[in-house]
Design a protein around this ligand. Structure first.
Ligand SMILES: [Zn+2]
Length: 176
């Protein structure tokens, strides 16, 4: 940065992360552009911080966490930012998604040969919480998975009985 350029920081939570550059006379040089303090990347700026927050989150994750921390500690002067963060996590699961997850977890366990005790696995829980962006999500219990097995077994049994009713002959082979 040359000596005849001064800078003006963004207001609010992004104060320490983005600047406007100003010419010697104190006039905004490129008033609709802001620059990342950490790497000097230039952004078009029209008053919304959403893109800048997204950028910090992905390119300067440690700085982003700092923003969140400060945001939680202070009474927010930019409430829409904290709402943005909140909307990124702990979004309540609707009933359908919750039920679909139980079905797919049960199918996965049955087809992979995992033990049902896998639903007690803390690492799997963390992965699921990350995937669905909900830090309060709990994996279904073993009892829930066992019930799903029973239900699926009955359904499949009916399907296979129907399929066999309509055939003339059947060949079975075994592999010991
Ligand atoms: Zn940057």
């Amino acid at each position: 940065m040359s000596n005849n350029i001064t800078v003006k920081h963004l207001n609010g939570k992004l104060h320490d992360h983005f600047i406007f550059k100003m010419s010697a006379g104190g006039k905004l040089d490129n008033g609709d552009k802001v620059y990342c303090i950490h790497c000097n990347k230039k952004f078009a700026y029209r008053g919304s911080n959403t893109l800048l927050i997204y950028y910090l989150q992905h390119k300067h994750i440690l700085k982003y966490q700092h923003v969140i921390k400060n945001n939680r500690e202070s009474t927010s002067e930019v409430p829409e930012i904290s709402n943005y963060f909140l909307s990124q996590s702990n979004r309540p699961l609707n009933d359908k998604v919750s039920a679909d997850l139980i079905v797919s977890i049960a199918h996965w366990i049955a087809s992979s040969g995992c033990l049902t005790a896998i639903v007690k696995d803390a690492g799997l829980q963390t992965v699921m919480r990350t995937a669905i962006q909900n830090q309060t999500y709990n994996l279904p219990s073993r009892r829930t998975i066992d019930n799903m097995f029973d239900k699926t077994y009955e359904e499949k049994l009916v399907d296979h009985k129907k399929a066999i009713e309509s055939v003339h002959s059947i060949a079975l082979s075994t592999d010991f």
